[in-house]
Design a protein around this ligand. Structure first.
Ligand code: ZN
Length: 83
């Protein structure tokens, strides 16, 4: 089973079409960051809050996104954008 997966990865790495596809995806991904530089924060799902598990009803700003509810995409960071 693991051998089959390794074989598949090996044949993909040796395949120029796969590289072109991956490179193309990367270029399109980074280009899309010009217009859509943010993604939803997975920790708080845009609620911007983090709730305490020990003290019910208490909450603070989400630490992952610093209370804004969204994160900067990696591609946007490459383009020099800031939150
Ligand atoms: Zn968050």
């Amino acid at each position: 089973m693991a051998d089959a997966i390794l074989n598949l990865i090996g044949s993909l790495l040796g395949n120029p079409a796969a590289w072109a596809l991956g490179g193309g995806y990367l270029v399109v991904n980074v280009a899309s960051c010009i217009f859509k530089p943010y993604k939803v924060c997975k920790k708080c799902n845009r609620s911007r809050e983090t709730h305490s598990t020990i003290f019910p009803g208490t909450f603070g700003w989400c630490r992952a996104c610093k209370g804004v509810g969204y994160r900067l995409r990696v591609g946007a960071r490459l383009l020099g954008k800031k939150l």
